[in-house]
Design a protein around this ligand. Structure first.
Ligand code: HEC
Ligand code: HEC
Length: 236
């Protein structure tokens, strides 16, 4: 009786262990990072080859950045959707040197590159607002002029291009990317811009501005919405 009881209990315990292991394998990696499903597997090597051909010269072999922004930062990947990366490839940022590739590459190839870039993500994605953010662009302009122009330019045209990367250059100061060009505005959703302002980009001069994130300058969520509305007003 005793043996029977404990044997079945052991079996049950083993069963529980197997089930929790399966749950871990099935759900945790998906919850933690970008879903690496069958489609991702199938396009990985194609994405890698296309990335090396079309992107690596500016963004670095491993997405570490160079002439272009780093693409392998967790604080970028956890808020940037695959769609944002695809739209960035299609529209480019011509004024800043990144060519639009919509006419050159097929949608499937663009998707493969975006999947490959997303494969650098290992931290869980953050929640990013959907749709338009409700803000007051006039107040946003005042805040932008006070806080952002030093790095992003008086009209959001971006900091000086140095060819030496965007991270920090003692000669150029902190070159921020352009925020008023259409290639950026057509790629970025309000939620993506808002999340960038809230959490910043760890390891770059772009700070986290949300109150409580220990940024140098702290903003309320409404003030962040106001800045997003002002940046959006540059879209044509
Ligand atoms: C000739 C250089 C060049 C090439 C080639 C290039 N880029 Fe870029 N890319 C840039 C620059 C420069 C920026 C930043 C624009 C700015 O400073 O305003 C950028 C910005 C981006 C951004 C926005 C990053 C962010 O933090 O929001 C993404 C995404 C991106 N590039 C992806 C790609 C991918 C993928 C490819 C290959 C298909 C590619 N780029 C090819 C120069 C390039
Ligand atoms: C000290 C310089 C600095 C200041 C101040 C600054 N930024 Fe940035 N910002 C940067 C840099 C550098 C990057 C690119 C970070 C990277 O390498 O990914 C960036 C990235 C961004 C991006 C992402 C752009 C893209 O292509 O994905 C947005 C949006 C942005 N900043 C908005 C703002 C706004 C709005 C303010 C003011 C509240 C601000 N920044 C203040 C330097 C700065």
């Amino acid at each position: 009786m005793r043996l029977f009881c404990c044997g079945s209990w052991k079996r049950a315990r083993r069963g529980v262990a197997v089930v929790s292991l399966l749950t871990f394998i099935a759900f945790v990696p998906g919850a933690l990072a970008f879903e690496r499903d069958a489609a991702w597997n199938n396009t990985y090597s194609q994405g890698l080859a296309l990335y090396q051909q079309y992107c690596a010269q500016c963004h670095g072999k491993n997405g570490e950045g160079g002439l272009g922004l780093p693409l392998n930062l967790q604080s970028f990947l956890t808020i940037a959707s695959k769609d944002y990366i695809e739209r960035s490839i299609r529209h480019g940022r011509l004024e800043r040197g990144m060519p639009p590739l919509a006419a050159l590459l097929k949608p499937k190839q663009i998707s493969a590159i975006a999947n490959f870039v997303k494969s650098w993500q290992f931290e869980p994605s953050k929640a990013v607002a959907n749709g338009r953010v409700d803000g007051d662009p006039a107040n946003g302009r005042a805040l932008f002029n006070g806080i952002c122009v030093g790095c992003h330019g008086l009209k959001g045209e971006g900091g000086p291009k140095t060819g030496g990367g965007h991270i920090v250059s003692s000669l150029s100061g902190f070159a921020g990317p352009a925020l008023s060009i259409q290639g950026f505005l057509k790629s970025a959703t309000d939620g993506y811009i808002k999340a960038t302002l809230m959490y910043g980009r760890v390891g770059t001069p772009m700070g986290a501005y949300l109150k409580g994130t220990q940024g140098f300058v702290e903003l309320s969520e409404q003030e962040i919405n106001d800045i997003v509305a002002f940046i959006r007003s540059w879209e044509r």
